[in-house]
Design a protein around this ligand. Structure first.
Ligand code: NAG
Length: 347
């Protein structure tokens, strides 16, 4: 049984954040209007309703960088799956990470920029369109999720994995990262049953039940929002997972969970980059997941050789991103922060 809550319960409680500043002078009004106009999302792929929801940060914060990967089709005929692919410097990846997106899907800039960062660090990063062209409309989360059956998603994963193996013969190991909706599949791919991956990392995972946790053998790492702020894994459930993972580790398993205090659901991918605490937490979460996968997917000699050949890329892997790198231009990041009002919380 899946819990009868959708992955964004919290944001629906919060609703649209409000600007409480009351401008008194014309110039302040002008400055605020300018900040607001800089913050406006202009994205042809989004409907006007979606644009409005992003502009009010109902869904979190849309990043404004430009992804540098490419879109390809894996598999053929009815099995064909589109995917965004980011390749590492040198173009000869030895390991691939398949990213399972949040409910906002594979064409959100945020997930593609995340994939670009994984690629810079040495992985082939693949973001399949597991929703097969379907898009969330408005806030009909449950209706949307009902149209994404698990059997189809897992079959598409197999299609993508097989096609990547063929296209990149150097890829010897597969890892997974899952965000919110995709975090459920972090657990699914971490059991002895097929399909599975060599290591998986979940970020503010959604839709998990205790039985999913029990079934995990790992290696797995879960990077969570503050359980006090995330209804998907609340304090009770978090404690359950912690205990279950402890028991797995006592038997030699590799299962880890940690959380970021005061960070809400979605922070690592859709957090407010103009808030230093959120930026720091998102960077730490990114790097924790990266190191976890590197250690298990890339042989140490390879990792060292890659670092020696491409010192810049290796440095980029551990250097925390600044607001500009992570969330777009400083002006845009600052404007996004100001327009949101102090203390606004990304879902
Ligand atoms: C916490 O989450 C669990 C599992 O989803 C649920 O059964 C329980 O009712 C939740 N507790 C609270 C206080 O919300």
């Amino acid at each position: 049984m899946r819990p009868a809550v959708h992955p964004l319960t919290r944001q629906s409680h919060r609703g649209v954040c409000q600007i409480t500043v009351m401008p008194r002078s014309g110039s302040l009004l002008l400055a605020l209007a300018l900040a607001a106009s800089l913050a406006l999302v202009v994205d042809a792929r989004l409907t006007s309703e979606e644009v409005a929801l992003w502009n009010t940060h109902t869904f979190g914060y849309l990043q404004s960088g430009t992804p540098t990967g490419k879109v390809v089709t894996f598999g053929a005929g009815a099995a064909a799956v589109k995917a965004y692919v980011a390749t590492p410097p040198g173009g000869k990846p030895q390991a691939a990470v398949i990213l399972f997106t949040d409910i906002f899907g594979w064409d959100l800039p945020n997930i593609r920029l995340w994939a670009d960062r994984l690629a810079k660090a040495g992985f082939l990063a693949v973001v399949p369109d597991f929703f097969r062209g379907d898009k969330l409309t408005g806030q009909d989360f449950m209706g949307f999720l009902a149209r994404q059956p698990e059997a189809r998603v897992l079959k598409d994963f197999e299609t993508v994995r097989a096609a990547v193996k063929k296209a990149y013969p150097g890829v010897k190991a597969f890892g997974q990262q899952g965000f919110c909706w995709g975090g459920y599949y972090t657990a699914k791919l971490s059991t002895p049953a097929e399909p599975r991956v060599a290591a998986a990392v979940g970020y503010h995972a959604s839709l998990l039940a205790p039985a999913d946790i029990d079934a995990i053998t790992g290696p797995v790492m879960i990077q969570q929002a503050d359980p006090a702020l995330d209804t998907q894994i609340n304090a009770t459930f978090y404690a359950y997972i912690e205990k279950a993972f402890q028991a797995k580790r006592a038997k030699g398993g590799e299962a880890f969970i940690t959380y970021y205090k005061d960070q809400p659901h979605g922070f690592a991918l859709r957090g407010d980059g103009a808030t230093p605490e959120t930026l720091k937490a998102a960077n730490n979460a990114f790097n924790a997941g990266l190191q976890f996968l590197k250690k298990r997917l890339l042989p140490p000699a390879t990792a060292a050789a890659t670092a020696a050949k491409a010192p810049k890329a290796a440095a980029a892997a551990v250097k925390p991103a600044g607001a500009a790198e992570f969330f777009g231009s400083p002006a845009a990041a600052a404007a996004l922060g100001r327009a949101s009002g102090a203390g606004a919380v990304a879902p």
